[in-house]
Design a protein around this ligand. Sequence first.
Ligand SMILES: NC(=O)N[C@@H](CC(=O)O)C(=O)O
Ligand SMILES: [Zn+2]
Length: 420
Amino acid sequence: MTSYLLRGVSLLGATPRDLVIADGRISDKPDAEEIIDADGLVALPGLVDLHTHLREPGREDAETVETGSRSAALGGYTAVFAMANTSPVADTAGVVEQVWRLGREAGLVDVQPIGAVTVGLAGKQLAELGAMATSAANVRIFSDDGHCVADPRLMRRALEYVKAFDGIIAQHAEEPRLTEGAQMHEGEVSTRLGLTGWPAVAEEAIIARDVLLAEHVGSRLHVCHVSTAGSVEVLRQAKARGVRVTAEVTPHHLLLTDELAASYDPVYKVNPPLRTASDVEALRAALVEGVIDIVATDHAPHAVEDKECEWAYARPGMVGLETALPVVLSVLGEQWDLIAERMSRTPARIAGLTGHGTGLAVGDPANLTLVDPSARRVVDPAELASRSRNTPYAGTTLPGRIVATFLRGEPTVLDGKAVK
Ligand SMILES: NC(=O)N[C@@H](CC(=O)O)C(=O)O
Ligand SMILES: [Zn+2]
């Protein structure tokens, strides 16, 4: 295993120093076989994404575990959690083990499968949560993401079931009766465009219900892709009462608004939908404050025929792994410790993922990423490593370039390029 000396690297913005990586760990050895000039680069613990769609098995034309892993590594990630809405659905030990094994074979990031809460994501009966938890994939997070676990009795039972092993139910909060036929955020813009709206209350009502259920059961709830100011207030109250709830926000909900739907370009169609400028403002404040715990990408690759069509027929979702850190940098500025907290340490802690999200101290596993904060890049969809091109940032200039990523001391990205 090659050892590396990162010359003049800044740990989270601190005074530049040399950092040695040897035998897969941060080392106190004085030198190394390879020297990397890290002048002007900032080291962050490798990013951890709790919400990635990898599309394998079933839609390998949109993404595979390998292409998604490469996209993740290029974005500075060393671990991603793969959502269960594949085909077949990841609702058995067999499928989660398959995804886990494919991740290990690709060897670019640690791929941790999320198991479905209900069989086939159909919301009717609980999936084999226990079998997935005891499988080689060691599943601790369960989600029907893409669908809401709308039945309150099933949600209660799922929370009760995972409590035994301190598991988490990650909810896609969308009351389906309030979003029938919805195409975008319900508000001024949807009225002007004549598109059916997805009201904020469809999200807020489910979060309010679920924090009460989680409180009642004493179990852990995680709220996926929080998108409204009202949701932030529900979470704030629940946390103040001591409910075991955590929440994520996506980079796109921190930057983009529903005004973009006026272009009718389906690249801006996503669930939950892009909201208003005042929601964006509330989400940013909640992330800084910690009412929202983490940033998660909701990387949702889609094939051209599912995206480049009429708005009403397009699938919702955007790719996000390769632009997440630049978007967050543009939103938060160079608050490196906060970025490390929200994109690496806290997601690792929520998931109970050891070896990731560390302090980059001597002896820690060398899972880290090097960023050039002074670089600015124009996003070109053709340059993405993801198999899909549905980025809302085409032609946008974003700050920060991910120069290198290390997974247990092995580079997965060097000089901004994937190593394999
Ligand atoms: N976010 C999306 O718009 N789409 C996701 C599902 C989801 O996260 O809800 C997908 O799987 O495409
Ligand atoms: Zn979702």
